[in-house]
Design a protein around this ligand. Structure first.
Ligand SMILES: NC(=O)c1ccc[n+]([C@@H]2O[C@H](COP(=O)([O-])OP(=O)(O)OC[C@H]3O[C@@H](n4cnc5c(N)ncnc54)[C@H](O)[C@@H]3O)[C@@H](O)[C@H]2O)c1
Length: 263
């Protein structure tokens, strides 16, 4: 039997990129998937593409903006009602906006935190209520980032949201442990997606030299970590953030021409 046969899974921000790859992997493993995106057309296209690929209907488009809490709650209630529960929720939706700290605007900050922090928090809350209402054990997984581990220029606000998500996993793991719900995060490093390739067509080549393993993450690398944390085998892991970055964050730059330690 497939690893996630008939498990009910919600993935937010899944019209493209990492979220889309997650929906595909869960559907291939037998899950019934609610594929969310803020863009309804994109959600419908993405669900159709995966269903066509796997040759059966397992993925259902579920459009809403994760920053709109009443809309999010209503949508989660509707599809968990029709699926008959929820086993796994991946709060993947997140926006990355770059900006110099000295000119960064409150409007950008508000939208960023509304999607990345409020959206993740209330996705987890709605998912937990759905799991608890049918007395099911569950898995909640957040998408954090290496930018929540190390500081980067022009990414201060984004990095703060991603560091907040690491703490969110710990705090909610404590709250939900007695309910048999684990809460973890995956901190992705530089990952090849439609968006990152659009920002930099040479993205893979440029990042290949940076991590100790000399490669750039694919969506499948991130999905492997998420599916592990969602699996029954990960039942005793909670409150953790699994960094998936080829080792990029394990080291710090040295001065050039260090006498004993080559770069
Ligand atoms: N790609 C990377 O290199 C990378 C690295 C570290 C962390 N991450 C994190 O992984 C997650 C996915 O990243 P990605 O690069 O695949 O994303 P992306 O920018 O490609 O966006 C994926 C989808 O999210 C949707 N979306 C945006 N705002 C939304 C909202 N408010 N509600 C619902 N859907 C919304 C978009 O329409 C898009 O289809 C994000 O949380 C991101 O911060 C990505």
């Amino acid at each position: 039997m497939a690893a996630f046969q008939n498990k009910k899974v919600l993935v937010t921000g899944a019209g493209t990129g990492i979220g889309f790859g997650l929906c595909r992997k869960f559907a291939e493993a037998g899950a019934l998937v609610a594929l969310n995106d803020v863009n309804p057309g994109l959600a419908a296209e993405a669900a159709l593409a995966i269903n066509n690929e796997i040759g059966t209907v397992r993925v259902h488009a579920c459009p809403f903006d994760v920053a709109d809490v009443p809309g999010l709650r209503a949508a989660v209630k509707t599809f968990t009602g029709s699926f008959g529960g929820l086993d796994v929720a991946v709060a993947n939706a997140g926006i990355t906006n770059y900006g110099d700290f000295l000119t960064y605007t409150p409007e950008d900050f508000d939208r960023l935190t509304a999607v990345n922090l409020k959206g993740s928090y209330f996705t987890a809350q709605s998912a937990a209520l759905a799991m608890i209402s049918v007395n099911q054990p569950g898995r909640i997984i957040f998408l954090s980032s290496v930018t929540g581990v190390q500081a980067h220029r022009n990414l201060s606000a984004y990095g703060v949201t991603k560091a907040g998500i690491r703490m969110m996993a710990r705090a909610l793991a404590l709250e939900l442990g007695p309910r048999a719900i684990t809460v973890n995060a995956v901190a992705a490093g530089a990952t090849i997606t439609e968006r990152t390739l659009q920002d930099d067509p040479d993205y893979e080549r440029n990042w290949n030299g940076v991590a100790p393993n000399r490669r750039t993450a694919t969506v499948d690398d991130i999905a492997a970590a998420v599916l592990f944390l969602a699996s029954p085998e990960a039942r005793h892991i909670t409150g953790e953030t699994l960094i998936v970055d080829g080792g990029w964050t394990i080291y710090s730059p040295l001065p050039a021409n260090h006498p004993q330690v080559p770069d």
